[in-house]
Design a protein around this ligand. Structure first.
Ligand SMILES: [Zn+2]
Length: 206
């Protein structure tokens, strides 16, 4: 059975007409709908919202399946890495701001997470602590703060700070110099070792 569409005037099969709009073919209806949404974008948004509410579960499931697809995950990962590089400053600022706004919440979250991890993965927490200690020690070795310098020379920090900040500075220079000398010494030692190995090898050959 065939019918003529009142809009495009084409003769089309009955399957091309819907029951709710029997006079116009499905192609014309789609076009009309698109035109309408172009003229009334807010209606489109309302429609999308209603559609979303009605099909929430289905949409979320479909989205989840899509997001879990290996190629999609790979692409997302790449995009995120790239984004983190090109927007690093922005991200840092955003994080700082978010933290400032919800300091208490973040702290509570962090404590809760740590407590949970301490029970479920104690070895991981130990590893974190080890790394954190290592990092802070490395940082101190680089920046040489007063208390670190005082500690290395077995000096009471409060006293030294009170009476002689210059003493701390002298000790700081001392540490740097000592490191410089050690480095040079080690370089010389490795060179000598290599030389002696070389001469032993040539003796053996001869
Ligand atoms: Zn038509």
């Amino acid at each position: 059975m065939k019918k003529i569409c009142t809009k495009c005037r084409e003769e089309k099969g009955i399957s091309q007409f819907s029951k709710s709009h029997p006079t116009r073919c499905k192609c014309c209806l789609t076009l009309m709908h698109k035109e309408y949404l172009k003229k009334h974008p807010e209606k489109g948004k309302q429609y999308d919202k209603r559609y979303y509410e009605r099909n929430k579960q289905k949409i979320l499931e479909r989205d989840h399946i899509y997001q879990m697809r290996p190629d999609v995950r790979e692409r997302k990962k790449e995009y995120n890495t790239q984004y983190a590089i090109t927007h690093s400053e922005e991200i840092k600022e955003q994080r700082k701001e978010a933290y400032k706004q919800n300091k208490e919440k973040f702290k509570a979250q962090s404590i809760a997470y740590h407590n949970k991890m301490r029970i479920e993965h104690p070895e991981k927490v130990k590893e974190w602590q080890r790394k954190a200690n290592h990092n802070s020690l490395e940082k101190m070795r680089k920046t040489l703060p007063d208390y670190y310098v005082a500690h290395t020379f077995n000096l009471p920090i409060q006293e030294v700070r009170k009476y002689s900040p210059l003493l701390l500075e002298v000790h700081r220079q001392h540490i740097r110099l000592h490191r410089e000398i050690k480095k040079k010494f080690n370089q010389l030692k490795t060179k000598e070792n290599e030389k002696s190995k070389e001469s032993q090898r040539s003796k053996r050959v001869a």
